[in-house]
Design a protein. Structure first.
Length: 484
């Protein structure tokens, strides 16, 4: 059996019954990485020695008859979450030698459950992008077509899951960075409600939008990881004191009578025909399972991308002020302090990060604050209210995840605006702070995955997981694997 192909729950069964050891599973994953990684390029760091030490600890727990929920499960972590003693770069030259002295809350929670950190995955620098082409190191390839991008910014995590280079992964999502790459790589990506998962130790991009979530081979694995990473954290004052349900509990329940909103603004003239057809077919499938589609309107959708790029860049310009050559990572020489700051930032940041710092500094400057930042906040409220109104009528909302399937490397990298539009269907969810998931719902004629996005009410991940599971169990899309 090819152990690397397993998901979390299947692997756990074999491990707990001692049919497979944690070392064997880890060997299989690293062997797979050896075979495909020079083509996929999902990982920045592979801490093998530490991983084998973690596998040994898992073996002992399993042998003692005390396995935890992730004992021996190899998981990949996006390289913007701090891992104590293991380099955390954010794919930026400015953090290329940064070794965190502390652990992020999510990875400590996974650690407490016995996971094995197999590697830190590639991303667009500081999670700014939709293709991993903004990585300061290299571009990750889409396992379904190596000439194409895997999406981004969590492209490394999504590609690693799709290529079976790990059992599951974590990503972060500020405007679509979990859902869009999950869609483009044919895997499941969940962005939880803002505040559901602690951001402590997640390197900040736009703090009011960032949220850590899961990238997995199936819906159940997402629920399993959500059970572990969710909850109030004293180290993150924005994490919410909301009870954490058992996210796996409702999986398998039927969805009869559940109302699914179909926002007319997300099915626009001129959109990619294959994407539209797959999304509409997915809605029909849900209808055949007993759900009731309802046309709804989210009238401020057209302002979402602009609103996001004002607010996200404003927050980024402030968050990235801390990289000055003194406190963290890379430092360039300079004739005096100011010169050192300027050289460090000029050499340490890539073009997209600089573009956003400049844009954000402009929108926050005293003469323009009211016209841009304040206006952006007002538009954000309207977008949030659109969802509140819609959720008075429906239980969940279904849309395509991305307007296109995976595009070719280089196709959009010289046109930032085109790149920004990749997140047109995912961004509003972050602005509203609600949860959204992308699940595989079809393939284009050239065999590229297509994703369906299901959006839920605040803190109602349970329902979107239930709907996703019902869809997944009645379709075969998630079973297809890329030919690598
Ligand atoms: N692609 C969007 C951006 O470039 C979203 C990124 C993200 O979610 N981290 O900002």
């Amino acid at each position: 059996m090819d152990l690397y192909k397993l998901g979390i729950s299947e692997a756990k069964k074999l491990l707990d019954k001692k049919e497979v050891s944690a070392q064997e599973l880890l060997d299989s994953i690293y062997k797979r990485i050896d075979t495909v990684e020079d083509r996929v390029k999902a990982f920045i760091t592979l801490p093998k020695e530490k991983a084998y030490a973690m596998a040994e600890a898992s073996r002992q727990a399993i042998d003692a008859g005390k396995p935890s929920s992730l004992s021996g499960i190899p998981i990949a972590i996006k390289d913007n979450m701090c891992t104590k003693g293991i380099r955390t770069t954010c794919s930026s030259k400015i953090l290329s030698n940064f070794i965190p002295p502390y652990e992020s809350t999510v990875t400590s929670k996974l650690g407490a459950q016995g996971y094995i950190l197999i590697g830190k995955t590639n991303l667009d620098e500081f999670a700014m992008g939709s293709s991993t082409e903004n990585s300061g190191f290299f571009t990750t390839k889409n396992p379904w077509d190596l000439e194409r991008i895997p999406g981004g910014s969590s492209g490394g995590s999504a590609a690693a899951v799709a290529a079976d280079e790990c059992i599951a992964a974590l990503g972060s999502d500020t405007g679509g960075s979990i859902r869009q790459p999950a869609s483009l790589c044919g895997v499941v990506g969940l962005k939880p409600t803002y505040g559901r998962v602690s951001r402590f130790g997640l390197v900040a991009f736009a703090s009011s939008l960032d949220q850590i979530g899961t990238i997995t081979k199936n819906v159940k694995d997402s629920a399993i990881l959500m059970n572990i990473i969710s909850g109030k954290d004293p180290f993150d004052s924005t994490s919410a004191p909301v009870a954490v349900p058992d996210f796996a509990k409702n999986l398998g329940q039927d969805i009869k009578g559940l109302k699914i909103g179909i926002p007319k603004e997300y099915f626009i003239r001129g959109m990619d025909k294959e994407i539209e057809k797959s999304a509409r077919d997915a809605v029909k499938k849900l209808e055949s399972l007993g759900a009731i589609p309802v046309e709804i309107s989210l009238p401020h959708t057209e302002y979402a991308v602009a609103t996001y790029y004002v607010l996200a860049t404003s927050e980024a310009s402030s968050n990235l002020a801390r990289y000055d050559g003194v406190k963290y990572g890379f430092r360039a020489e300079g004739k005096d302090l100011m010169d050192m700051y300027m050289n460090t930032r000029a050499q340490g940041f890539g073009a997209e990060v600089k573009r956003r710092i400049m844009l954000g500094t402009f929108t926050l400057s005293s003469g323009y604050y009211d016209a841009y930042y304040k206006k952006g906040q007002q538009a954000r409220t309207l977008i949030k209210q659109d969802f509140e109104t819609a959720f008075n009528q429906v239980d969940v909302i279904a849309t395509p995840t991305s307007p296109t399937a995976a595009f070719k490397a280089g196709e959009k990298s010289s046109d930032p605006l085109q790149m920004y539009l990749s997140d047109i269907f995912t961004i509003s969810v972050n602005l509203a702070g609600i949860p959204g998931i992308s699940i595989p719902c079809g393939f284009t004629s050239n065999n590229l995955p297509i994703g369906l996005q299901i959006i839920g009410k605040h803190f109602d991940e349970e329902t979107i997981l239930k709907v996703s599971y019902a869809y997944e169990q009645s379709t075969e899309w998630h079973k297809r694997k890329p030919n690598l």
